[in-house]
Design a protein around this ligand. Structure first.
Ligand SMILES: *Cc1c(COP(=O)(O)O)cnc(C)c1O
Length: 481
């Protein structure tokens, strides 16, 4: 299995070659040269597999340059009940991603797929935990080391740190705005005592952190000498790891071949739902892929109108589902490539238009007409919708959901069809968003046992001015390179 760029660069790469990299040399994103196809019989034969072995079956089709026994060992080390231990009472933790039925609405069984039972209580652990093990394996094989540099306002940084902690050959330097994260998020990151994790609390806001990361990455000499890398959401291995739980969700929601299931996905950078698209392209019987956004509705606007219009900073709102507050969707290009019949020239032109004109318009074109063939529909929610949905699920089904999942449930309900199971992906647990849960329900969200008293643990971090040179000096001092 080789990989190509969405923008046409045609030096095929193997899975291991693209694992540690980001964009293709032409600025495009990597995709497999063709999507592996899974037959109905194969799918049926997977019903009894553990999550780890299902992950192996799917990943093996995308990375044939890692020996089978090594890959199986990696998935079995990653997807364990000990790592994914934060499920609610009554959920089957052996499933790793337990499926919970809420009820029947408009004749459709409505489910939640629990993707947030990992160490940071959000679905990003599903892919990031595997990435940590894949990186460690690939670096050891190549005799290399990697220093991951990132900026976080909360979620991604903690998922990366929990995935990379204690890994040989890897250090993480994570910049976060000093005193700007919630006490819970701060404690989650700063209580890590692993010597390969470096938390830099920058005296500034999140944008200052991001600017520093950009400045450091633009210093190519420093970047190469210090072996700087990232773990952002365009990483192909992250996307493919997420394909697995669409198969798992389908297997848990059906009992025979050919049955269709719809998925509703709280979306930001389009990484999660892109994995659903790939599962569908592989032959998984998915009816609809429902893209749910919050007030930052760049994706909903595209799926409704064919117009992709990225937002300016002033038009990007801070909402109560903050992990979906995006102005453009970094994985979107992968889907548009398929929508255009994999025409790399046409794709490259559209994304040049994104850079120069702030977007593109496919309305009224045959390309836009094809969107329904790919199963996509969409919707958006507001803060009031989230509050109402959290209240409603608590009253009707006795279950507390977080704000991102509430976006998903709200939009899923607009796309139910009788007889077709609708699976909403639960992308975080409510414990992470206590303020909004208090507003909705007048009480604290439940906290998984492992997080009791986490704010009182000793914290390990370094306060830094928002200064590129000081950050560089700090990195060099701790890598010894
Ligand atoms: C990252 C994130 C999302 C958005 O996922 P994308 O892959 O960027 O579309 C949704 N919900 C939560 C809780 C997240 O952390």
């Amino acid at each position: 299995m080789n990989y190509k760029s969405t923008r046409g660069h045609d030096v095929p790469q193997t899975f291991s070659e693209i694992l540690l990299g980001g964009l293709a040399p032409d600025g495009g994103l990597y995709l497999p040269q063709q999507y592996p196809q899974i037959s109905a019989d194969e799918l049926e034969s997977w019903r009894k597999l553990s999550y780890a072995d299902l992950a192996y079956e799917i990943l093996a089709r995308f990375c044939d340059d890692i020996p089978a026994e090594d890959l199986r060992a990696l998935t079995r080390k990653t997807y364990t009940a000990e790592v994914y231990c934060n499920a609610r009472a009554g959920d089957n933790t052996a499933d790793i991603t337990p499926l919970r039925k809420l009820g029947d609405e408009a004749g459709a069984p409505l489910y939640l797929l629990g993707l947030s039972n990992g160490p940071t209580l959000a679905f990003k652990d599903m892919a990031m935990q595997l990435l940590g093990n894949l990186f460690e394996y690939a670096l050891a094989r190549a005799g290399q080391e990697l220093n991951i540099l990132g900026a976080t306002s909360g979620d991604t940084g903690s998922a990366a740190e929990y995935a990379m902690r204690g890994k040989r050959g890897i250090r993480v330097f994570m910049l976060s705005p000093h005193n700007k994260m919630s006490a819970f998020q701060t404690a989650q990151m700063f209580s890590l005592q692993d010597p390969n994790i470096f938390n830099l609390a920058v005296q500034g806001v999140f944008d200052d952190c991001q600017d520093i990361v950009k400045a450091v990455s633009n210093d190519l000499e420093f970047k190469s000498r210090q072996k700087i890398g990232t773990v952002n959401s365009i990483n192909w291995a992250r996307v493919v790891a997420q394909v697995v739980y669409y198969f798992k969700g389908w297997l848990l929601a059906t009992d025979g071949p050919g049955q269709k299931v719809s998925f509703c996905v709280p979306s930001g950078n389009f990484g999660n739902v892109c994995a659903g698209h790939i599962a569908r392209m592989m032959g998984l019987p998915i009816d609809k892929l429902v893209v749910a956004t919050n007030e930052n509705d760049v994706l909903d606007e595209f799926f409704r109108t064919g117009i992709y219009r990225v937002r300016k900073a002033a038009e990007t709102y801070h909402t109560s589902s903050p992990s979906m507050d995006i102005s453009k969707a970094s994985n979107f290009e992968r889907f548009i490539f398929d929508l255009l019949g994999q025409d790399a020239g046409k794709l490259a032109q559209l994304f040049r238009d994104v850079d120069t004109k702030g977007g593109f318009d496919l309305s009224g074109t045959p390309d836009y007409e094809r969107i329904r063939q790919f199963g996509f529909v969409s919707g958006r929610s507001t803060h009031d919708d989230r509050i109402a949905t959290i209240r409603d699920l608590s009253a009707r089904y006795g279950i507390t959901i977080d704000t991102h999942t509430a976006d998903g449930v709200k939009v899923a309900r607009e796309h139910l069809s009788a007889g077709t199971p609708m699976v909403v992906l639960e992308t975080a647990l409510p414990a992470k968003f206590a303020d909004t849960i208090r507003e909705a329900l007048g009480r604290e969200p439940e906290r998984p046992a492992a997080f009791e008293g986490i704010e009182a643990l000793p914290q390990r971090f370094e306060v830094m001015p928002a200064d590129v040179e000081q950050v560089k000096a700090y990195i060099a001092r701790h890598t010894g390179l």
